[in-house]
Structure formats: structure tokens, C-alpha cells
Design a binder for this molecule. Structure first.
Ligand SMILES: Nc1ncnc2c1ncn2[C@@H]1O[C@H](COP(=O)(O)OP(=O)(O)O)[C@@H](O)[C@H]1O
Ligand SMILES: [Mg+2]
Length: 250
């Protein structure tokens, strides 16, 4: 579904991604690990197509189509959705209006909001004054409304308390298990690329493949649970040298 080929990206005049290659097949959930500042969020924001992320080399293919220069709206229409690590406050835009605009199912807003315990937030401006957990649930509500085929989830569990993690994790699992999605004709199946530091989300989703990113490139890949164990034990230093029993990329 998603293929990233030797992607180089500049942000604010700085080279951040220096040749990232990875792929996510339909029906698969892949996980991205890596120390702070390694470029994980930059990769997800670039795949979604936000301005300010300048691709200087390489390609992004979605269902075989080159979307590297495509506007964010077109990518969303084709079925790519993102849960940002730090989404902006949308002053003057209520959560209800955003969800209704995004969803083809106009009745979805109230039902989905109730499922995420977000009903009382619908009339509030998006993210304005929301707590960490409320922001994540608001992001999930928007994703549920959009029903994308490819989910880009940037640290879905960060800043979320233990009770909310259960709610966030269960909702992510539910969304990924759905078979039909917007923007996709023919073969069903969703896919996800998930960034996690703590690995807590791995208790809720079936992750197929893990990648370790460091200094703007993907250093290793392997079984996500094994990778997480090795990182917890050895830290990223050893991991990025690929000294561990991991598969070296390329
Ligand atoms: N707008 C920007 N201008 C300059 N540098 C940026 C900008 N956004 C991100 N960066 C830098 O890019 C690097 C990678 O950031 P990020 O992708 O957020 O890393 P991660 O998600 O792995 O922690 C960091 O050094 C960060 O400071
Ligand atoms: Mg990040």
C-alpha cells in the first residue's frame, strides 16, 4: 500500500531525512522506533504531505501511485489519515463541525464521540484546552470519521493516562480491523505505520514489522516485540549499530 523509496527531506533548510526506504503492505501494521529527534514525525508529516516538508530526493508511492508532490487534501481523499504527535489548536472550528465535514456518514459524530467519551467536547474548538488524553481521543474521532486506509499514528499513547490508554488502544485496534475504508476500491484491508516509544500500543495491535530510525535513516528492521526488548535492554546506541540479532536494512 505504501512504499517509500530513498526519501530525503529538508525542514526549515535543514536536512532531516537522509534516505529512508520502507514499505507497508495492505493488511499490515508496521512500527517505527527511534530516539528523539531521529526524524520519525518528519517522516509521517511528509507522507501526509504537510507544507514545510520539502522532498529533495526519492518517492512516496501509495497504492502504486506517485504521491510525492500531491497536496495533503488529495492524499486524504485517497485514504491516508494521520494522528499527529502534537496537532494544532483550531480556534473557531468546533470538533463537531470538523467531524461532520470529514465524515460521509453525518450521523457518525455523536455515536463515535460517545464511544470515545468525547460527546461533551463536540461543541468545543478542536484541541483548545484539551488534555493530552483528550487530544489523542479527538484525533481518533477524526480518524474514525475519515476512515482512511492507511493510518499514520504518531505516538498514540504519549501523554495518555492508564485508563485512557485502554480506550485509545482499543479504538486503534477497532479502526485497524475494519475491512472497508474511504478512497479505496477493490481489495479491502487497512494498513498502519505507528510510532511508539513505550511500546504500550503493541499490547492492543498486531504489529508485523518494526523499524529503527536514527539520524534520518532506517538502520534496522525486525520483529517489533524483539526490537522493543532489545532497545529496552541495550538502548538505541547498540541497536543502531545493528550489533543485535536484527536484520540490517539493505
Ligand atoms: N520546522 C522545523 N525547522 C527546523 N528543524 C526542525 C523542524 N521540525 C523538526 N525539525 C528538526 O528535525 C529533527 C527531527 O524531528 P522529528 O521528526 O520531530 O523527530 P522525532 O519525531 O524522531 O523525535 C529534530 O532535530 C527537529 O528539531
Ligand atoms: Mg516525533
Amino acid at each position: 500500500m505504501l512504499e517509500i523509496e530513498d526519501l530525503h527531506v529538508e525542514v526549515g533548510g535543514r536536512r532531516i531525512l537522509k534516505g529512508v526506504s520502507l514499505s507497508v503492505l495492505a493488511g499490515y501494521t508496521n512500527v517505527l522506533f527511534g530516539p528523539n529527534g531521529s526524524g520519525k514525525s518528519t517522516l509521517l508529516m511528509t507522507i501526509m504531505g504537510f507544507s514545510g516538508y520539502k522532498v529533495t530526493h526519492g518517492r512516496i508511492l501509495f497504492n502504486g501511485e506517485d504521491i510525492t508532490q500531491m497536496p495533503v487534501t488529495e492524499r486524504a481523499k485517497r485514504g491516508i489519515g494521520i494522528m499527529m504527535q502534537r496537532p494544532p489548536n483550531l480556534v473557531g472550528v468546533s470538533l463537531e463541525n470538523l467531524v461532520k465535514v470529514t465524515s460521509k456518514d453525518k450521523a457518525l459524530a455523536s455515536g463515535a464521540a460517545q464511544g470515545l467519551d468525547m460527546a461533551r467536547f463536540l461543541e468545543r474548538d478542536v484541541n483548545v484546552g484539551f488534555s493530552g488524553g483528550e487530544i489523542k481521543r479527538s484525533e481518533l474521532l477524526q480518524l474514525e470519521a475519515q476512515n482512511p486506509c492507511l493510518y499514520l499514528l504518531d505516538e498514540p499513547e504519549s501523554g495518555v493516562d492508564l485508563v485512557s490508554i485502554e480506550r485509545v488502544g482499543s479504538k486503534v485496534r477497532e479502526l485497524l480491523h475494519g475491512t472497508s475504508c474511504a478512497g479505496r476500491r477493490g481489495r479491502a484491508g487497512k494498513a498502519a505505520l505507528v510510532i511508539t516509544h513505550t511500546g504500550q500500543i503493541l499490547d492492543y495491535i498486531e504489529a508485523d514489522r518494526g523499524y529503527v530510525m536514527c539520524n534520518g535513516t532506517v538502520m534496522c528492521s525486525g520483529n517489533p516485540r524483539e526490537l522493543l526488548q532489545e532497545i529496552s535492554k541495550m538502548g538505541y546506541e547498540e541497536c543502531i549499530k545493528c550489533k543485535l540479532k536484527l536484520t540490517t536494512v539493505n
